[in-house]
Design a protein around this ligand. Structure first.
Ligand code: NAD
Ligand code: UGA
Length: 436
């Protein structure tokens, strides 16, 4: 099939490349000409495992094209909208400027029977409003939310755990669902659940999934706060409750909390939308989820300050990690980078390293000292804090080796990802998050 993808960021570039990889002819469109130039040359504009190969192969085969010229979408049967929906600057709501502009821009190029498939994460009610603009062209609007995780985006797109399609009622909706079944045929043939529903449910599935994940993380971080005043160990607690299949161990990783381009802004946008709908009280707990999450960054900073005797002023602090999670170069609302910036603000000489995110971090926070090489970054450190659980720090850094580089023997494990006993045995003062 011929497809177009509007917006070629972390979601759209992966979607475009994955759709080409499963056999479709795809044109990706973005307003960012530098991004399009990179993509058209066969390279991803950001780090995502497996994406370099996928884009390279797609572009070389001629089945994957990128342009800034929206006219190129003409003739595509399905137009995916994957533009950003950030938090508004003066509140919690989602900024729909880009989604509105993308859909408005598409209108002159739509043919009767085309699908416009929204993939961006939007407040419930958005699709119904956009459909009023799309329907007069004879095209159909569907909402097809995306659940990929950064770091696993290629795999999650080619082999998702479910597909959701919000469609209009009646025959038009049935036909639209059939077209999406054709697009995703390889996944559906492998028995991936394909859930067809109305617009509001599809939009809510997306935001409620992210709200649930954020709540799960903040739940365990709340337990970490209780563990801190009782001497309990939150990691053992998580293991123990996680054995209950109804609870499950995944997303019970206590630490400096969640960040990224989605969970934080999505729970806020959900609260804002619920309030508009007169149901603010239904999700008022999300405010607490947010607050618990942000407190964990304070806690990590406090641990470093306390371990260094009450002040980090003019102390060498090495921060391992800048990305919001491993296997990504994304620093949007990164708790890791936030902790580094706060320590710098308290007068520490912060040296920061990360396998992939240094360039992005430097652009936003040029005041920090960035060092590519992990060992170089550790040299002379009075204290070390792990804030992104890359294998380079979690598995590949032994405390004995770190001892040959650092000046001090203080290690703060902001992700509870290190072997505490091994670090202590090597003579380090180990501080975890919610661990004795
Ligand atoms: P992003 O900022 O990385 O990418 C958005 C892209 O859209 C940018 O390249 C921007 O230049 C482009 N754009 C903006 N307006 C445009 C227009 N009118 N025409 C063409 N291009 C335009 O954002 P992202 O992380 O890819 O997220 C996109 C959406 O997908 C958001 O709603 C997000 O919540 C959702 N989402 C993201 C992920 C993820 O892992 N990043 C996963 C699921 C859902
Ligand atoms: C998240 C969801 O997992 C995806 O399903 C969704 O599609 C996406 O948001 C989105 O809507 O954009 P992502 O942001 O890529 O994906 O990353 P996650 O793996 O969910 O991690 C989010 C944050 O939570 C990271 O900062 C991570 O370090 C943190 N986290 C995760 C914890 O603190 N503890 C955990 O146990 C798990």
């Amino acid at each position: 099939m011929r497809l177009s993808v509007i917006g070629c960021g972390y979601l759209g570039a992966v979607h475009a490349a994955a759709m080409a990889a499963i056999g479709h002819d795809v044109v990706g469109v973005d307003v960012d000409s530098a991004r399009i130039e990179t993509l058209a040359a066969g390279h991803p504009p950001f780090f995502e495992p497996g994406l370099e190969e996928l884009i390279g192969e797609g572009v070389a085969s001629g089945r994957l094209q990128f342009t800034t010229d929206l006219k190129a979408v003409r003739g595509a049967a399905v137009h995916f909208v994957a533009v950003n929906t950030p938090q508004v600057k003066d509140g919690y709501a989602a900024d729909l400027t880009y989604v509105n502009a993308a859909v408005q821009g598409l209108l002159p190029f739509l043919s009767p029977g085309d699908l416009v498939a929204g993939k961006s994460t939007v407040p419930v009610g958005t699709a119904a409003t956009l459909a009023e603009r799309v329907t007069p062209t004879g095209a159909t609007l569907v909402w097809n939310p995306e659940f990929l995780r950064e770091g696993w985006a290629v795999q999650d797109t080619i082999d998702p755990d479910r597909l959701v399609a919000g469609v209009p009622a009646g025959e038009e909706g049935e036909r639209a669902a059939d077209i999406l079944r054709e697009v995703y045929h390889p996944s559906i043939a492998k028995n991936t659940p394909f859930i067809v529903t109305d617009y509001a449910t599809a939009e809510l599935v997306k935001v409620s999934a992210n709200a649930f994940l954020a709540t799960k993380i903040s739940f365990i971080n709340a337990m970490a706060e209780i563990a801190e005043v009782t001497g309990a160990d939150v990691t053992t607690l998580a293991d123990a409750i996680g054995h209950d299949a109804r609870i499950g161990r995944r997303f019970l990783g206590a630490g400096i909390g969640f960040g990224g381009g989605c969970l934080p802004k999505d729970i806020r946008a959900f609260s804002a939308r619920a309030e508009e709908l007169g149901r603010g009280e239904s999700v008022v707990f999300l405010r607490e989820v947010d607050a618990i999450n942000l407190r964990r960054r304070d806690r990590a900073v406090d641990l470093v300050v306390t371990a260094l005797g009450g002040s980090v002023f003019k102390k060498n602090v090495t921060v391992l990690g800048a990305a919001f999670k491993p296997h990504s170069d994304d620093i949007r609302d990164s708790p890791a980078l936030d902790v580094a910036v706060r320590l710098h603000g308290l007068g520490a000489w912060v040296t920061l390293t990360d396998p992939e995110a240094i360039e992005n971090a430097r652009r936003i926070h040029p005041q920090l000292n960035y060092v590519e090489d992990r060992d170089e970054a550790l040299r002379g450190a009075d204290a070390v804090i792990v804030v992104t659980e890359w294998d380079e720090y979690r598995r590949e850094l032994s405390p004995e080796h770190a001892s040959t580089l650092a000046s001090g023997r203080i290690i703060v494990d902001g992700r509870n990802c290190l072997d505490a006993a091994a670090w202590r045995a090597a003579g380090w003062e180990y501080y975890g998050m919610g661990r004795p």
